[in-house]
Design a protein around this ligand. Structure first.
Ligand SMILES: Cc1cc2nc3c(=O)[nH]c(=O)nc-3n(C[C@H](O)[C@H](O)[C@H](O)COP(=O)(O)OP(=O)(O)OC[C@H]3O[C@@H](n4cnc5c(N)ncnc54)[C@H](O)[C@@H]3O)c2cc1C
Length: 379
């Protein structure tokens, strides 16, 4: 969700610099905010609080094929940090390519039934392969169900830890993935939809906004720099973003996979020996954070995120993020209003913190008062 960090990462990669922006940031002469219906933020409206652990690697996600158990092929596909839903179709295409380059076998075991396992399994099944998913947790009980699932590649890697080749792969995969989600937005069964989004910033902008190579994936991008009109915020970036409601989307993907003849088996693997007992000659590892224990990847680290779900408010038709001493983001879904968010690296505690809930409620209530015109930044 913290899209500004993602843009900074990409901008820092030098990819956007010097190139003509695909969509230019502009300040229209009539820079008037729309009528924002304020979110109704109150502890009485809380329906659920949840903490999920993002499978984060500074070095970015892993897609790699190797030999396993002498005659088998193991394709790793995990480590998507805070962007697993966002990247799922793009990196599944990478995983499929790695598999096809490594083996001609057609019988595949996919380990994991989060968004990465399901997407990969569906793609391979549509290639005509015989695919079985094995997983301990199925939707709605996966980390993927906890995802805010705002389309945006954030908390995916650290720029200092990856090379240019990785960044190029990442940009290609992000584009492939976003294009795939655009098609789902045309079908209400998948819970994918476009929403107006605002990044509210307390910082006065220095010069023109640096364009990013992924700007065109956020249509209608405008930067507003008139604090008098925009509730006192020195900079507001407006655009449109794809939202994915994971409960609806993952259930629909499971249905697509099973209707296409794929099988799903509930199973827990304690170690590699358990996996070697599977009859399939090709194994795709989509176990998310589980890959740390199962395959000994110490570079994979939990990054905790807490969300607070409020009763739905159907009249809300926008999302926002802000950084005000910590990240705050809000977006509406059919069944809830979602408040976030935290990105606590190396925290593996999944018990919601009352302190964080209070921070979110206070911060979002403050923003709601501003959007209602009752208060301004700094006053
Ligand atoms: C608060 C929060 C907000 C987020 N917001 C966004 C967002 O806005 N956009 C976005 O794109 N992403 C977001 N994410 C990140 C996203 O949730 C993850 O990147 C994604 O869920 C990773 O998917 P996965 O399939 O790899 O892992 P998971 O969903 O964790 O699935 C792993 C699967 O592997 C199985 N498994 C693991 N170990 C074993 C084992 N030993 N034996 C058997 N099965 C095993 C599990 O049971 C499960 O089925 C967010 C995450 C959090 C926590």
């Amino acid at each position: 969700m913290d899209r500004r960090s993602a843009l900074k990462l990409i901008a820092g990669a030098g990819l956007g610099m010097g190139a003509a922006p695909l969509v230019s940031a502009r300040t229209p002469s009539l820079d008037q905010p729309p009528n924002f219906v304020p979110a109704d933020i109150s502890p009485r409206r809380i329906i659920r609080q949840v903490v999920g652990l993002r499978p984060f690697r500074e070095q970015g996600y892993v897609v790699r094929a190797e030999r396993f158990d002498r005659r088998k092929t193991l394709v790793h596909h995990y480590g998507h940090g805070g962007a697993g839903v966002t990247m799922s179709w793009g990196t599944a295409v990478e995983a499929e390519r790695a598999l096809l380059a490594a083996t001609n076998e057609r019988s595949v075991a996919v380990l994991g039934c989060g968004v990465i396992g399901l997407t990969t399994a569906l793609l391979l099944r549509r290639r005509g392969m015989d695919v079985t998913i094995y997983a301990d947790a199925l939707p709605p009980h996966t980390t993927s169900n906890i995802a805010g699932a705002v389309w945006g590649p954030s908390s995916l890697y650290r720029r200092h830890a990856v090379d240019e080749a990785f960044v190029e792969r990442f940009v290609t995969a992000a584009r492939v993935s976003q294009r795939a989600f655009q098609h789902y937005a045309n079908d209400p069964r998948y819970g994918v939809y476009w929403l107006r989004q605002y990044d509210f910033s307390l910082r006065t902008p220095e010069g023109e906004r640096t364009p990013s190579v992924l700007d065109d994936l956020y249509p209608g991008l405008i930067r507003h720099t008139d604090p008098d009109r925009w509730f006192g915020y020195p900079s507001v970036v407006e655009n449109h973003v794809l939202m994915i409601d994971p409960d609806i989307y993952l259930r629909a993907l499971m249905g697509d996979f099973e209707n296409a003849g794929g099988r799903i088996v509930t199973a827990r693997f304690e170690d590699a020996r358990d996996i070697s007992r599977l009859s399939e000659r090709v194994i795709v590892n989509c176990t998310g954070l589980g890959a740390r224990e199962l395959f000994g990847d110490d570079e994979l680290r939990p990054m905790a995120g807490q969300l607070t779900m409020l009763l739905p408010q159907p009249e809300l038709d926008y999302a926002y993020s802000a950084f005000e001493g910590g990240i705050l983001y809000m977006f509406p879904r059919k069944g809830s209003v979602v408040l976030g968010g935290t990105t606590d690296l190396d925290v593996a505690d999944t018990v919601p913190s009352a302190e964080e809930t209070a921070r979110q409620l206070e911060g979002h209530a403050r923003i709601a008062r501003r959007l209602a015109g009752l208060e301004r930044v700094g006053g």
